[in-house]
Design a protein around this ligand. Structure first.
Ligand code: UT7
Length: 324
């Protein structure tokens, strides 16, 4: 067999129907719509109803992606699901999604890199497809962050939300060049020295469930510098400049971070896919949600060069280039 490359053949997403506006949050904690919009760009977010699980959101997004890719669930032999809010400690939420989709062959597992999870999951799937052992993968980012938020903490509860996005990735014969469709480049990093900047303060090994804790200003500072370096690396390693990028689909944590990156790399703001105003920060789901929105409304077209990036708890961070 010749060299293989991974091509993204379809995307999908799912958002819970319940919209929570800033004004509604202002009734529960000491905040204002003005503060939230000015500091983050967020206007509203989706929150899953009680009893709705991460696997439910993930399954709907996966079904949507399969339909758009024209692939039957029975053809999928690999599911990689990025989440920091699994249904249970184990089994992996990916296996629940596998069962929901009626798939009984291949393998399914979770990847945990918090907000960088989709980037990590797509990189893992890309490598497994390139090895030739798997042919068609579902890569999903799905979160119910509303379950790990302290709804009394105004510094975090206004930021995070629920949702899911998915892509179908297929192994294709041929090495290809940067001009061909497919996943072209991935740069992943982590540095565990920063674990106390963004974390959940309990877990299975420590006991208890815990809440998300964040040193917002510190995370912001690291996000701007680390995401900046990851983008720089992606452009430099591929002999590109910001002008070569057709679409920038960043992790949607804060509009100010998106704007800073667009400025730094001279990206036309019309090339930046922005959903933070209506989705807030959905962690591993944010990139595939934004990607699907821009594919669905016709902005991202076959052959377009797409740059994605993220930073999450750990820290984990990175960048990726693919041609849609
Ligand atoms: O997805 C993973 C990556 N995550 C991120 O990238 C998030 C990065 N961080 C951020 O987006 C921003 O740091 C935040 C949006 C979290 C905070 O914005 P900031 O400009 O860094 O504000 P701050 O934390 O320095 O807080 C400024 C003031 C404080 O009051 P004092 O001490 O100046 O009196 C806060 O207590 O704003 C106050 N504050 C609020 N006020 C109204 C904090 N949260 C709120 C709130 N409403 N919800």
């Amino acid at each position: 067999m010749g060299k293989l490359r991974s091509i993204i053949t379809g995307s999908g997403s799912y958002l819970p129907p319940n919209i929570v506006t800033n004004a509604e949050l202002a009734k529960k904690v000491d905040t204002t719509d003005e503060w939230i919009v000015a500091r983050t760009g967020i206007k509203e977010r989706r929150i899953a109803d009680e009893g709705v699980l991460t696997s439910d959101l993930a399954t709907f997004a996966a079904q949507n992606a399969l339909k758009n890719a024209g692939v039957d669930a029975s053809e999928i032999d690999l599911i990689v699901l990025a989440t920091a809010t699994p249904n249970r400690t184990f089994p992996a939420t990916a296996t629940t999604v596998q069962a929901n989709l009626g798939i009984t062959t291949g393998c399914a597992f979770d990847v945990q890199a918090v907000c960088s999870g989709f980037l990590y999951a797509l990189t893992v799937a890309d490598n497994m497809l390139q090895c030739g052992n798997f042919k068609k993968a579902l890569v999903i980012g799905a979160e119910t962050f509303s379950r790990i938020i302290d709804w009394k903490d105004r510094s975090t509860c206004v930021l995070f939300a629920d949702g899911a996005g998915a892509v179908v990735v297929e192994a294709s014969e041929g090495e290809g060049t940067i001009a061909d469709r497919g996943i072209l480049y991935s740069h992943l990093r982590s540095d565990g020295r920063y674990e106390d900047k963004l974390y959940v303060d309990a877990g299975p090994s420590q006991g208890g469930d815990g809440y998300l804790k964040m040193q917002g200003k510190e995370v912001f500072r690291h996000a701007v510098s680390k995401i900046g370096s990851a983008i720089e690396q992606a452009l430099e390693d591929n002999g590109l400049t910001g002008e070569d990028i057709d679409w920038f689909v960043p992790h949607q944590a804060n509009k100010r971070i998106l704007d800073a990156m667009a400025r730094k790399f001279s990206l036309d703001t019309s090339k930046v896919v922005e959903t933070v105003h209506k989705h807030a920060n959905t962690s591993a789901a944010s990139i595939p949600l934004a990607l699907h929105e821009a594919v669905g409304d016709g902005r991202i077209k076959k052959g377009d060069l797409v740059l994605i990036e993220a930073l999450g708890g750990g820290f984990t961070w990175g960048s990726m280039l693919f041609r849609w």
